[in-house]
Write a protein that binds this ligand. Structure first.
Ligand SMILES: [Zn+2]
Length: 343
């Protein structure tokens, strides 16, 4: 099967490769339609590793996918050939304690597309468990379906925040995950979501959405603006979605008493945290690792029209141009929110 293979750092090829293709009784085979390029795919391409995960042998990239079911295993009951679907890329071990507690995203044995040594989905067809394959309503396009994966991270962040109707939130960082977190927070009941970044083009994209209020920290003092906007009370929720260590400096100063800070971005090194500033407000600190139990809700929000993903798909490339797509993604153009590849 011809797939997009990361041979080693900075070396991609579109070539034939043997991929696991056995259809188990509770699996479905899916003809891939659309795959989004994620920051993690790009990082493996440019650096060959993310933390402890090192690319040691050729690996197929891609984990944000939608497609059409082409074949089902003997015991599959909820899906049939022809169904349009999107897939949750992480598969836990069902017998493990974390999975049995419902915490399957933090199961130590979880396997995840395009996290070494597991192959991703930038190939014409994949085999995937029925349990992690979700039917798309007719109103959700394949492009939107391939955006459910990054949206799920924002959904997990909004769920962890325990938003109350009318809350005011701030998202630090207007990258794809930051914008999707802002949209999930609004859908989850926030009245206002501020979003901060240094790049005006990213803020302009985020600011297209009503209820999202951009703050350019290159020209404005974030803390002063938040103090003014909240009449000195502070934010109910702060989502850190930049991964930039500087975002943590004084972060609790912007939080109302007993507010929540949700850590979504992943700094590449340990970051100092002002514990006393957090204690003085009895801040609640939540962390996010991927997501669990949010795919169906994410799809429902997109299907209902409450979340519009279309403005976030910047450009779509043909499969034959997948390497060009990755080169473009590696450029890191600030106006590129999501690049997708159509098979
Ligand atoms: Zn992703």
């Amino acid at each position: 099967m011809k797939a997009l293979v990361l041979e080693k750092t900075r070396s991609l090829s579109l070539r034939d490769i043997d991929l696991p293709d056995t259809l188990g009784p509770r699996d479905v085979r899916i003809a891939i339609d659309t795959v989004g390029i994620c920051g993690s795919d790009v990082h493996y391409y440019t650096h060959g590793r993310i933390g402890p995960f090192v690319v040691e042998s050729p690996m197929v990239l891609g984990h944000e996918a939608s497609g059409t079911v082409s074949e089902i295993g003997a015991e599959v009951t909820t899906l049939k050939p022809g169904d349009r679907v999107c897939m949750e890329p992480g598969i836990p071990n069902p017998d493990n304690r974390a999975t049995r507690l419902g915490l399957y995203n933090v199961d130590p044995d979880v396997t995840f597309w395009a996290t070494p040594p597991i192959h991703g989905c930038l190939a014409p067809s994949v085999v995937h468990p029925e349990a992690f394959t979700y039917k798309l309503p007719d109103t959700v396009s394949f492009a939107q379906g391939a955006m459910i994966e990054p949206l799920a991270v924002g959904m997990q962040a909004a769920a962890k925040a325990k938003i109350a109707p009318g809350d005011t939130a701030l998202v630090i960082g207007a990258g794809p995950i930051g914008i999707l977190t802002a949209l999930a927070a609004l859908a989850g009941g926030c009245a206002r979501v501020f979003i901060s970044d240094l790049e005006q083009i990213k803020l302009d994209i985020a600011g297209q959405y009503s209820g999202v209020h951009p703050i350019n920290i290159a020209s404005q003092n974030l803390k002063d603006r938040i103090r003014t906007e909240t009449d000195g009370w502070g934010l109910d929720v702060i989502f850190e979605a930049s991964g930039n260590p500087r975002a943590y400096e004084g972060i609790f100063d912007m939080l109302r008493p007993s507010g929540a800070v949700v850590l979504v971005g992943m700094p590449i090194a340990p970051v100092p945290l002002d514990i006393v500033a957090a204690q003085a407000r009895e801040a609640r600190i939540e962390t996010v690792f991927r997501y669990a139990h949010v795919y169906d809700r994410a799809i429902a929000l997109v299907a209902s029209g409450k979340i519009d993903l279309d403005p976030l798909v910047t450009k779509t490339f043909a499969f034959d141009d997948a390497i060009t797509a990755f080169e473009r993604a590696a450029e890191g153009r600030p106006g590129d929110v999501k690049l997708q590849i159509k098979l």
